[in-house]
Write a protein that binds this ligand. Sequence first.
Ligand code: GDP
Length: 444
Amino acid sequence: MAFEGLSERIQNALSGLRKKGKVTQTDINQATREIRLALLEADVNFKVVKEFIAKIKERALGSEVLDSLTPGQQIIKIVNEELTQMMGESAVALNKSDKIPTVIMMVGLQGTGKTTTAGKLANRLMAEQKARPLLIAADIYRPAAVDQLKVIGNQLEVPVYEEGVNNSAEDIVRHGMQQAKENKNDYVIIDTAGRLEIDESLMDELKNVKEIAQPDNIVLVADAMTGQAAATVADGFNQALDITGVILTKLDGDTRGGAALSIRSITNKPILYVGEGEKLSDLDIFHPDRMSNRILGMGDMMSLIEKAQQDYDEKNAQELAEKMRENTFDFNDFIAQMDQIQSMGPIDELMKMIPGMANNPALQNINIGEKDIAHLKAIVYSMTPEERENPDILTPSRRRRIAAGSGRNIQEIHRMIKQFKQSKEMMQKVSKGNTSDLEGMLGG
Ligand code: GDP
């Protein structure tokens, strides 16, 4: 997960305070010192860290903490609020024009993911608003950029306006805008050139394109892996072009947090979306409050629920609820559920979105990987249709046959059947409204 190291260190710094009935100045100094180091190590900009720590200290010594019966919890709440503030406040949407087309100009250094993100945005707008975007290929310097955009356009079935690489970016954009008007596209997304670093001729060209396209949004695409350097780049683009927002890419990688936590304070411009993978569907709205919750190990139920809604087939869910009530959940359903869950992404990442799960010691050693799921599936597939529907008939000899058929050892078969029966019992309880076991599991 992104921010793993940061998250762990901040949580450690705060864990001592959590249950304290009384918090002293020394406690606060110690916790803030550790948080400060954690942020610096995550490559958050020095000035941003300094201001953040000053605010935490000021508020931690104020009456909202000292007069509270749970001062430790209050401090954690303050850290959460200030972390949220540091990354923005709430999610910010793209500007939309009153008349069509709404123009989005993508800018950024080479290799940050600008072209890919242009496609991701088109994909998102089509899914959300049934938009009819036009992509304009105005990156004439990186040889493959025009072709890459064409491939993306093909994949999404979105028109791409291009003139190869021999005409000027200005002309291409002028003509592309004309085409969008003729074809009544409601969005235009312009992929512009990048360089390895900010230089004057690049900025001049981008300023000209801005003048021609009159964009409603100038979105800087920045690579989260580059840490606070991304914030410096954002600052440079903002000063030259007055950007309207940032999309942070590669948050799926081993990012430490420096970019996400510095950009807002340095540029005063919002992070709109984050890229969390190479697929065209891997673009998520950035929610500062949820990100802060994740960093503090408080889970992110909202995102989990949204993900589930996005990926979950409603009819399937209703059938499942029915089966739980009637206690007819069998191994076929079990496999169907596994498939559904797998389609949502890595399971350990999903688990971390549940409050209390991220640092729940009982779950630290649970590691449900893709391989384990493959094994479970192999076991179920070695059962006869009758056995899948009726786990109670799984006698020792049948279990031995299944072990041989799936290439797993017999203990594993026993364990899996036992777990299946347990989860079935748990589901029954939940469906009848008795959740005390579950709450115990969540530390509630
Ligand atoms: P451009 O030069 O800025 O147009 O960059 P590209 O769009 O060509 O992207 C550069 C590389 O980054 C490509 O290999 C993309 O697949 C990859 N990339 C872009 N966004 C993401 C992301 O959110 N996560 C990951 N893991 N890779 C990404």
